[in-house]
Design a binder for this molecule. Sequence first.
Ligand code: NAD
Length: 248
Amino acid sequence: MSLLKGKNAIVTGAARGIGRAIAIRFAQEGANVAFTDLAVDDNAKEVEKIINDSGVKGKAYASDASSFTETAKVVDEIVKDFGTVDILVNNAGITMDTLLMRMTEEQWDKVININLKSVFNFTKAVQMTMLKQRSGSIINISSVVGVSGNAGQANYSASKAGIIGFTKSVARELGSRNVRCNAVAPGYIITEMTDKLPEEVKKQWEDQIPLKRGGTPEDVADAVLFLASDLSSYVTGQVLGVCGGMKT
Ligand code: NAD
């Protein structure tokens, strides 16, 4: 299939995990993929190689998504290298879990800046390009925790809920120019981020999931592919749960 043939995509935080799976899935569907991460390390180089081996253009860029100036600079560079941006996936994110009682100002600021401000930074940086071409699809990776809240994750949950408000507002602002903006809310997906959870917590999560398993990065990538492609041309301002039916 070539659902994204000829399109140019940006994926943030794609050296590993869900971002990696999205970047690779896009390349398999014919998109050229520019992706960012904090560093162009061996993981990033491997993703770059997999993309290029699929017969499309792939390039890794080192940039901190929480920095407004670095983001403007990297998007300029990407537009020069690729020509246009048709798809933006705001995926970069971190957790710094602890109870509110123990949460420091630094833990709050870091999570909000990396998870939420990054979405503002990249969307601002691509918006003129998308508005001018009168098309574009922006997909923001939120979380089920952004809908339901979670003890020990007040910073993370606030950042992911913020993404949902941002997504719905941008969908209203840019819809008249055929620029769509949707969010994906993954549940428990098995990546390095969740691997550090204690075994009993993982087991508890799995027991609560109607589909009785954790999701894979590829499960999320397939949902993101739908929102990136013209299959979803009448879908905007939505939050798509990819959570095995978890209650939120
Ligand atoms: P991960 O830790 O495996 O990968 C995250 C990637 O983002 C890493 O490559 C990391 O280097 C990069 N990154 C971190 N800070 C960055 C920054 N400032 N600038 C650029 N890149 C940065 O995590 P993951 O599980 O693949 O998560 C990806 C996204 O999905 C995150 O937004 C996360 O909140 C969300 N999510 C994950 C789950 C899950 O269960 N794994 C569930 C819901 C939502």
